[in-house]
Ligand binder design. Structure first.
Ligand code: ATP
Length: 309
C-alpha cells in the first residue's frame, strides 16, 4: 500500500521554479531516500508534504488523503524533522518534548511516559532536565528528531537531519531512524550526502533543479551506472589496449599518454583480470585508482555535474 503518493507536484516562488512536476510513491514501511544538491527543491517538497506550504500545481496524498495546508488530522499521522531547529532554548529537553506532545493533544501519564521513551531513543535521558540552549549542535538535532516522534507518527520525514552534527550524534540519529523503520514507521530521508542515503535507504529518488531525475531501488540505480578504474601505465602499447578493450563489460578510453580509464560495472572482477595482463606485457604500473559505482557517479552521469559543486 502506498502511504505517500506525489503526483506532478509543482511549486513556484514568483518567477523561481522550485518543483517542476515531481511524481513518486512511497510504500508503507519503506525507508525512501531523497538525494539532491543544495537548492534542488527538497525542503520545498517536504514543506508541502507536511501541510506547511501550498503547492502551485499537482497533488500529494498521504494515507489516501489529499495534502493541504493546516490539516490537523493529517499532521497527526506525520512527523517532520525540519532543517531549521524548532526548539525553545529556555526550556529543558523534557519540557520541549512535553510542549510539542501537548500540541498533539497528549497529556497526563501518557505524555510523561512518552517523554521518557523519546529521551531514551535519542540518547538524551541524562540531559533531560537541562535547558536546550546549552546543548551542542548534535544534541539539539537529536532532540529535534525526538520532537517529531512524540505523537507516534506513521510517516516521518527528515530534512537533512545531520547537517552540522558531530559523528557521534550522527550515529545516534542513524540508529534511531533505522530502529523506527524496523518498528514499521515509514521514513522519507532527504540529504545531499550520498553516503547517508546509500547506507540507509533501499529506494532512492534523485532530485535536481526541481525535477526527479531518477527514482529506483538503490541496487538497480547503481547497476545502471558504472564504476571506474584509472591506470597509469608505461608503456601503453596497442596490444595492451586491445587486450583491455576485450575484457567483458569494459569501455576503454585514454586520458593522456600514461593514463587509461576503464568504465565497468564489476570493478573488483575487472581488476583481477587486468593485473595478469599487465604482468604478461611487462608494463609498469605507475598508479591505480578505482571507484565502485556510487550515487555520486550516478548523479554525475545524469547531470554532468558533481553532487557537491
Ligand atoms: P537545501 O539543501 O539548500 O535546503 P533544497 O533542496 O531543500 O536545498 P529548496 O530550499 O527547496 O531546496 O529550494 C529550491 C529552490 O527554491 C531554490 O532555488 C531556492 O532558492 C528557492 N526557494 C526556496 N524557498 C524560497 C522562498 N521562500 N522564496 C523564494 N525562493 C525560494
Amino acid at each position: 500500500m502506498a502511504i505517500l503518493e506525489v503526483d506532478d507536484l509543482r511549486k513556484l516562488y514568483g518567477p523561481t521554479v522550485a518543483l517542476e512536476g515531481v511524481s513518486f510513491q512511497v510504500e508503507a514501511g519503506e525507508m525512501f531516500g531523497l538525494l539532491g544538491p543544495n537548492g534542488a527543491g527538497k525542503t520545498t517538497l517536504l514543506s508541502i508534504l507536511s501541510c506547511l506550504l501550498p503547492a502551485s500545481g499537482g497533488e500529494a496524498r498521504i494515507l489516501g488523503r489529499r495534502v493541504g495546508v493546516n490539516d490537523p488530522e493529517l499532521r497527526r499521522q506525520i512527523g517532520i524533522v525540519p532543517q531549521e531547529l524548532a526548539l525553545y532554548g529556555e526550556l529543558t529537553a523534557r519540557e520541549n518534548l512535553a510542549f510539542f506532545g501537548g500540541l498533539y493533544g497528549m497529556g497526563g501519564a501518557d505524555l510523561k511516559q512518552r517523554c521518557d521513551e523519546v529521551l531514551a531513543a535519542v540518547a538524551l535521558s541524562d540531559r533531560a532536565e537541562d535547558r536546550t540552549e546549552a546543548f551542542s549542535g548534535g544534541m539539539k538535532r537529536r532532540l529535534n528528531l525526538g520532537v517529531a516522534l512524540m505523537h507516534r507518527p506513521r510517516l516521518i520525514m527528515l530534512d537533512e537531519p545531520t547537517t552540522g552534527v558531530d559523528p557521534q550524534s550522527r550515529n545516534h540519529i542513524f540508529e534511531e531512524v533505522k530502529r523506527l523503520n524496523a518498528a514499521g514507521v515509514t521514513v522519507v530521508y532527504t540529504s545531499h550526502y550520498m553516503e547517508e542515503v546509500q547506507s540507509l535507504c533501499k529506494r532512492v529518488g534523485i532530485i535536481d533543479h526541481g525535477k526527479l531525475i531518477a527514482c529506483d531501488d538503490l541496487s538497480a540505480l547503481l547497476r545502471r551506472f558504472e564504476g571506474l578504474i584509472q591506470l597509469r601505465l608505461r608503456p601503453i602499447t596497442a596490444t595492451l589496449r586491445a587486450q583491455l578493450e576485450a575484457l567483458p563489460g569494459v569501455r576503454l578510453s585514454q586520458r593522456d599518454e600514461d593514463t587509461l580509464e576503464l568504465q565497468c560495472a564489476d570493478v573488483k572482477g575487472t581488476l583481477v583480470r587486468v593485473v595478469p595482463l599487465l604482468n604478461d606485457q611487462q608494463v609498469e604500473l605507475l598508479g591505480l585508482e578505482s571507484e565502485e559505482p556510487n550515487l555520486e557517479r550516478v548523479f554525475l552521469h545524469l547531470t554532468g555535474r558533481a553532487l557537491r559543486d
